[in-house]
Design a protein around this ligand. Sequence first.
Ligand code: AHR
Length: 348
Amino acid sequence: MVLINRTKMIVAGVATLALALTACGSSTSSSSSSSAASTAASAAASAAASAPASTSGAPIKVGFAQTGSESGWRSANTESMKAAFSAANGFDLTFNAADNDPAAQIAAVRSFINQKVDAIVMSPIVADGWDGVLKEAADAKIPVVLEDRTVSAPDTLFASWVGLDFKKEGVTAGTWAKEQYGDTDTKMVVLEGTTGSAPANDRAAGFDEAIAGSKIQKIDSQTGDFTRDGGKKVMEGFLQKYGADGIDLVFAHNDDMALGAIEAIEAAGAVPGKDIKIISIDAVHDGMAALAAGKINYIVECNPLLGELAAGLVKDVLAGNPVEKANFVEDGNFTQEQAAAVLDSRKY
Ligand code: AHR
């Protein structure tokens, strides 16, 4: 696991300063503090990402191994990464999306090593299985920067990571669930993200920890692979097994699966957000629209706009500037009323 140090920040370079500002923020998320911190980070990292990394003038060759295109969050993340690693910012980007196949993603990273890129950036589909290829990158002296998801390999095998605190997202979601529903018998089903992925592991752990001691009872839990279709199919199975009357609450590890669950619940003749409450994570546009419309009850944010921060880290690493190993971006959280108020101003 990535070692997380929220207090000791080495400040070197504009991007790192911005990351330090967000990482040292309050541990209790609020929508407004989150967006202020993200905006500050974004502006400063933008300056760093567009500054040249060396005086040679040659573009920096970067291979980016993306998970795939499973969700609205992923589309926003890919767009953010491609914009930040643009030719205009001094990069020559090779992009690979692995269609959620861990073996294909490892092969993509190995091909970047063979192409002798200057740096590799990746969002690992699953946390395990990375030691071998990360050692190969280290032997080839190619630095690796992780964005979004983490690996279980020793943190000596990568230069830095930027992303979100998935465990805290789960705790925030679970704490709200406990406050709202924890005093009455509540039967809950869980739509899990991709099995073995850092967000699925950590969100589940954080949520379970937060609802401990409440009257919320997890009656079933299955993976919907972070996709809308997967969430719909798994929810259809739960509705067949327990009936709409036998389920009070859905915890979906992302908005896309919650949106699929809404379709399944409506097809079963029940009302999402009322007959069956829904909590999810991401706060992408379609999820926020469903929250504002009363079909989802609460969303914890997971900000996908990591491109400028990742590009700033790559430039710092290649320039030999010290960087933090773990760089957190703060998340917000939204009730139905808050979603309705901010929907039009959302960037993703
Ligand atoms: O790793 C982040 C997660 O991956 C997002 O929550 C989900 O939507 C995406 O597929």
